[in-house]
Design a binder for this molecule. Structure first.
Ligand code: SF4
Ligand code: SF4
Ligand code: SF4
Length: 317
């Protein structure tokens, strides 16, 4: 019997949905085992009330992509939990808060002011800020209430499994579907991962080539110079987070000469990505003078340490 699947995107960009579509022919094979009963709002012409009308626990697998940013997101993840036997937080936003989670460095009022008043492309002479309820003539208009902070899905509901990636690599998606279809799943609460770091699968890894890792005497940002395409990026001073990031993407970024920014999520069991990152970076700096160099290059260090994971950090704002 086919496995019933529901896919919900909440506060995200649709890239995670694309990673499923990117399965191409493999998706056709997977559809032999899957019956997609809900995929919104991106792919299927279904309404949220269709999901609400489904019997409780009637869906075998629910994938949730995106983070919780407003009351509507919050409501929908609760409905998914009610309807689905297994819930997977799918991708960096759902598992960790993702890039939108960096908004937690600012208050809600600052975000609104920047988006609706200060941004150069905004034409808003009356400084109107969207309200949850507003009147337009005889009509009352409503918008979902904006929450104080970005939250990962497990801040609202119980999550069975986590998947990293922004978005998850399509090869990895195929492995996840297979694991769920065959029931070959790790204990509840685990990441669905191959258990390797990005460095483990990176062709530049000095250890795999019998070379030693060098201490960094100068930190560089990605736009500075052209990195040597063979050498480890970290050895060249580019702050590649491959040592502490789950490598289910197959080291996609280092393979195209870009440092790993950590979208795969922290290697389990760590949840606070930034703490691991600062430890890893600190361990490879040649001496204290490079710390000043690091802080000059990255004045807001949290932006590289927590690019995908601030809402899941011990200190979340
Ligand atoms: S994890 Fe990345 S691709 Fe997925 S919804 Fe968030 S921003 Fe988009
Ligand atoms: S630090 Fe980056 S470039 Fe170096 S081996 Fe690890 S993933 Fe590859
Ligand atoms: S190399 Fe790092 S940032 Fe790039 S896709 Fe893989 S986990 Fe994400």
């Amino acid at each position: 019997m086919a496995l019933k699947l529901a896919f919900l995107l909440i506060g995200g960009c649709g890239g995670c949905d694309m990673s499923v579509v990117d399965l191409s022919e493999k998706l056709v094979d997977a559809l032999e085992h899957l019956e997609i009963v809900f995929w919104a709002p991106t792919v299927a012409d279904v309404k949220y009330k269709d999901l609400e009308a489904m019997p409780d626990q009637s869906v075998d697998l629910g994938l949730i992509a995106g983070m919780v940013r407003n009351k509507e997101n919050e409501h929908l993840v609760k409905v998914m939990r009610q309807k689905c036997k297994i819930i997977v937080a799918f991708g960096a936003c759902a598992s960790l808060g993702g890039i939108p989670g960096m908004a937690n460095m600012h208050k809600k009022e600052e975000l609104f002011e920047n988006a609706y008043i200060k941004s150069p492309s905004t034409d808003n002479p009356d400084n109107v800020i969207p309200q949850p309820v507003s009147k337009e003539g005889e009509f009352e208009l409503t918008l979902p209430e904006f929450l104080d902070s970005v939250k990962p899905v497990d801040a609202i509901i119980d999550v069975d499994y986590y998947v990293g990636g922004c978005p998850p690599h399509h090869d990895h998606v195929a492995r996840i579907v297979e694991a769920v279809v065959t029931g070959n799943l790790p204990p509840k609460g685990s990441w669905l991962t191959n258990g390797k770091a990005v460095c483990d699968v990176c062709p530049r890894n000095p250890a795999l080539k019998g070379e030693t890792r060098e201490y960094v005497s100068e930190v560089k940002r990605m736009h500075e110079g052209m990195p040597d395409e063979e050498k480890c990026l970290l050895n060249q001073g580019y702050l590649c987070l491959g040592p502490i990031t789950q490598g289910d993407c197959g080291a996609s970024c280092p393979k195209v000469n870009i440092r790993c920014a950590g979208c795969g999520g922290p290697i389990p069991p760590t949840w606070d990505f930034g703490l691991r990152a600062i430890g890893a970076i600190g361990a490879i700096l040649a001496d204290e003078s490079v710390v000043d160099n690091l802080l000059n290059k990255y004045p807001v260090l949290a932006k590289i340490l927590y690019r995908y994971a601030l809402p899941k950090a011990l200190i979340r704002k």
